[in-house]
Write a protein that binds this ligand. Structure first.
Ligand code: UD1
Ligand code: CA
Length: 459
């Protein structure tokens, strides 16, 4: 079995980002550029992934500290792309080993494109990914002979006038037997306009040694688009989001405006889901059949059951929502919440770490935290669970069919048993028995003919 090594170049400075954050750590669709590249590489099940780092190296390594399978090679100083790949080569190379070169700042390369390169490399060929573009400015040109065979790659700064007219460019992606790199890379020279050790020079080495060179054309420009500046990052973000949107629509999702959707993670939708404008989906979000998400919602790591409707300006984070629920507008569902089917959570209601049973409703201005709420409970407007005593959080338990009036405080730990009624404006600090009425005795005093204080008249 050939051993597949992936080398990811990420040592460049990225000065055009004008940022304290290393370029490859800037996020695209909620994940760093480098994380996207590592993801694509991982899909090929490589034996080794080595990241060549330089500028901001410690920050970059720290960002991936949990990924123990990654290898790191420092490149200092940075003497060019050929020198960079050399840093990642292991001293022991078997004849069957192959290496694939990727770039930490080219995030959207697809695993299926890379697979074409590695398959060729396994057959003892140098496989190179090229692309024909309308504006090749600044990029390496693929020089072919009369028979159409790739002969060499010439950087723009080293190119002749006629070479500059070539529109087939080097994307940078390549794969070949590792032994060839081990032979060629230490012998590169820097006799070129930039005084660098060019990785691209290996193509000529292969041609000189009569070794087979194959090229593949990248299908979409965004797959090989590198990021050098914040405007390129923003543009690629939009491209990525538009691709996501197209995919969702193909899968049967209605997007009110595909250009106003942001998926920063994995969004899985069943059929006939409708998503209105300006929604953000983060982490793993699953929307079941017929779910409607209103405008300006933020949904993170959650599941929404069949036929549920999330009304505008709602935030849901780390929660499980049943079927045929109605949440929002302006609701906030926080981590650890589980809502059963047919629950209604209305405007300005916050729910945290609570289970709410089938058919229960909290429609206005409430806080339900650390609570278990039974079935068919009605929580009146302005009701608050007082779960925090300054040191610890305590649970509130509300049984089935409980009716809680408006503006009630429930001081946890406390249980309101099934079927009980709590009067408006009540502070509950002791358990309420089943089927009883709990209220605080309050008096109402009336003073007739009351004169309100008045400001002195201005002269
Ligand atoms: C390189 C290619 C060019 C190609 C272009 C595509 C060479 C000589 N040229 O040019 O043919 O069209 O990419 O974008 O390879 N890097 C290091 N260490 C270094 C130098 C670079 O890790 O010493 C990394 C950078 O972080 C970057 C990548 O290699 O990810 C490419 O470097 P860059 O300077 O952008 O290369 P270009 O001059 O654009
Ligand atoms: Ca570049």
């Amino acid at each position: 079995m050939p051993l597949l090594s992936v080398v990811i170049l990420a040592a460049g400075q990225g000065t055009r980002m004008r940022s304290a954050l290393p370029k490859v750590l800037h996020p695209l669709a909620g994940r760093s550029l480098l994380a996207h590249v590592i993801d694509s590489a991982t899909q090929l099940s490589p034996d080794i992934i080595t990241i060549v780092y330089g500028h901001g190296g410690d920050t970059v390594r720290a960002a991936f500290a949990d990924q123990t399978r990654l290898s790191w090679a420092e490149q200092s100083p940075q003497l060019g792309t050929g020198h960079a790949v050399l840093q990642a080569l292991s001293p022991e190379v078997r004849a069957t080993d192959i290496t694939l070169v990727l770039y930490g700042d080219v995030p959207l390369i697809k695993a299926e494109t890379l697979k074409k390169l590695t398959i060729d490399a396994e057959k003892n060929q140098l496989a190179w990914l090229t692309m024909t573009v309308t504006n090749p400015k600044g990029l390496g040109r693929i020089v072919r002979n009369a028979a159409g065979r790739a002969q060499e790659i010439v950087e723009e700064k080293d190119a002749t006038e006629s070479q500059r007219n070539i529109t087939e460019i080097n994307t940078g992606f390549l794969a070949c037997p590792t032994a060839w790199l081990a032979r060629w890379l230490p012998n590169l020279n820097s006799n070129n306009a930039q005084g660098e050790y060019y990785l691209t020079d290996i193509l000529k080495h292969a041609v000189d040694e009569n070794l087979p060179v194959v090229t593949h054309a990248a299908e979409q420009a965004w797959e090989v688009a590198g990021i050098n500046s914040r405007d390129q990052l923003a543009e690629l973000e939009r491209t990525y989001q538009m691709e996501k949107a197209k995919q969702l629509m193909q899968d049967g999702v209605t997007l009110r405006d595909p250009s106003r959707l942001d998926v920063r993670g994995n969004l899985q939708c069943a059929t006939d889901v409708t998503i209105d404008v300006n929604c953000i989906f983060e982490g793993n979000v699953m929307l079941a059949t017929g779910v409607i998400v209103g405008a300006n919602c933020i949904l993170r790591d959650c599941q929404i059951g069949t036929g549920s409707e999330i009304l505008p300006f709602t935030m849901i984070d780390s929660a499980t929502i049943g079927s045929n629920t109605r949440i929002g507008p302006y609701a906030r569902i926080r981590p650890g919440t589980i809502l059963a089917d047919e629950v209604h959570i209305g405007n300005f209601v916050e729910v945290k770490a609570s289970d709410i049973g089938h058919g229960s409703k909290a429609n206005h201005l409430s806080y339900i935290g650390d609570s278990s709420v039974g079935r068919s409970v009605n929580v009146g407007a302005g009701t608050i669970t007082c779960n925090y005593d300054g040191a610890d959080k305590h649970r509130t338990v509300i049984g089935d069919n409980v009716h809680i009036g408006s503006d009630v405080q429930l001081i946890a730990p406390v249980t309101v048993h099934a079927g009980a009624t709590v009067g408006a404006g009540t502070t509950i600090w002791k358990d309420v028995p089943a089927d009883s009425l709990a209220l605080n005795e309050k008096t109402q005093t009336v003073k007739s003919g009351w004169q309100r204080p008045q400001k002195p008249q201005k002269k």
